[in-house]
Design a protein. Structure first.
Ligand code: NDP
Ligand code: MG
Length: 391
């Protein structure tokens, strides 16, 4: 029997890699919903190709274009954030959450609300609303599976293990585009330079976040939320080859490392086939040709985002939501050339300083409404700091 699946963020890098795997076994899947943003041509082409029931764009202004592109297909079309959440709520066995940013949270919650297994690429959901995501999954008997490569790696290393025997979790970072740049040059780095990644081929925003390590900062918090480990037990190592994705250290001294090529189809495929292992067409590593794997500590002067992540974990509550919102605004401002590369961390830190004491400890009030409101307030606050950041 085929499995009903939906892909949220189908037109993006993760979404396209997901559909690549689905296309290799079309008889195994029935596609319910595909959602996208501005890339209407891709959304329409994939909707026809996979015979999805419904196609939704986040952009109401593009609804007519989507309707025209799907004319005669009999497919339902819709637009806007609410329509995306409704599409996510349609009964499905497995839903890929691959919208970028905070916009991915509400659709993911909607998917969990109908009991679907949520394959979670959208790390922002766990950073901004980890408690809510986990409580929703629990209330509906739904499961969240990691798709971020590091978290998939940890998840795989933990199969059959007792969490009480886990001493530490180490996630690796390539170091991004500026790993080897002199520190003083970073202030003048451009968005184009930051948007090139040495090893991974990803969306623009996560690639820039890799250069600033905001991506790794989000992932440290994601690790805490996903595996419920004490923040002091989570470490980051710079690993330029991007072949070891994560390691788990146990009480007997063993370190279990997950090694694989930098191809997201591995982690997506693991979530798609879980609890089994399917056939996934990624490169098979020849370690004799790789020859060497190198590791070094992550320098917090170069990557202040890592220090900020620890502060977020220390505060808890709504602090992850504030951190993520400020990061998204700072990234927008950097892409728009309103602030420099190193100013991003300043905007985020100042937003945290301004908002943490007032807002962080409302842990009991972590409803979607509270989180959306806090996200909004943090965006306003960070936005007001942008013009000041470069002075
Ligand atoms: P992309 O930018 O490539 O794709 C983002 C997707 O979200 C696209 O389908 C885009 O539509 C859609 N989208 C953009 N804005 C909105 C919005 N406001 N509402 C609804 N949909 C929207 O991102 P990635 O695929 O790189 O990343 C997706 C998520 O996965 C992120 O959370 C990222 O951190 C995470 N991730 C990504 C990895 C990677 O290798 N790429 C690795 C690990 C995690 P359109 O393009 O049509 O405008
Ligand atoms: Mg990752």
């Amino acid at each position: 029997m085929s499995r009903a699946i939906s892909v949220l963020g189908a037109t993006g890098s993760i979404g396209q890699n997901t559909l690549d795997l689905v296309a290799r076994a079309p008889e195994a899947y029935r596609v319910v919903a595909l959602t996208g943003g501005r890339n209407i041509a891709q959304l329409a082409a994939d909707t026809r190709r996979f015979r999805a029931e419904v196609a939704v764009t986040s952009e109401p202004a593009l609804l007519d274009d989507l309707r025209a592109a799907l004319a005669g297909s009999g497919v339902e079309v819709a637009a806007g954030p609410q329509a995306i959440a409704e599409a996510a709520a349609r009964p499905a066995d497995w839903v890929m959450s691959a919208i970028v940013g905070f916009a991915g949270l509400a659709p993911g919650i909607a998917a969990l609300g109908q009991g679907a297994t949520l394959a979670l690429a959208n790390k922002e959901s766990l950073v901004a609303a980890g408690a809510l995501v986990k409580a929703t999954a629990k209330a509906h008997g739904a499961r969240v599976l990691p798709v971020d490569s590091e978290h998939s790696a940890v998840f795989q290393a933990l199969v059959g293990e007792d969490m009480a025997a886990v001493e530490r979790i180490i996630i690796t970072a390539s170091g991004g585009a500026f790993r080897d740049w002199p520190l003083e040059k970073l202030a003048s780095a451009t968005p184009e330079q930051a948007a090139t990644h040495p090893n991974w081929d990803m969306g623009q925003r996560i690639t820039i976040d890799s250069a600033s390590m905001f991506n790794k900062a989000l992932e440290v918090i994601e690790t805490r939320e996903f595996f419920d480990v004490d923040p002091d037990r989570i470490e980051v190592l710079v690993h330029p080859e991007s072949l070891v994705h994560a390691l788990v250290g146990f009480t007997d001294g063993a370190l279990m490392a997950h090694v694989g090529p930098p191809d997201m189809r591995h982690a997506i495929g693991y979530a798609l086939h879980w609890p089994d292992r399917g056939h996934v067409p990624v490169e098979r590593l020849d370690l004799s040709r790789v020859a060497q794997l190198t590791f070094r500590p992550a320098d917090e002067a170069r990557w202040p985002a890592l220090r900020l992540a620890r502060e977020v974990m220390h505060q808890g509550g709504l602090s992850g939501c504030i951190f993520n919102a400020a990061k998204e605004i700072a990234l927008d401002a950097f892409i728009a050339r309103q602030i420099g590369f190193m100013d991003m961390a300043r905007v985020v830190e100042e937003t945290m300083t301004a908002m943490f004491t007032a807002n962080c400890h409302k842990a009991a009030q972590l409803t979607l409404d509270t989180i959306v409101e806090t996200d909004h307030l943090a965006r306003e606050r960070a936005g007001a700091l942008v013009p000041l950041a470069c002075n």
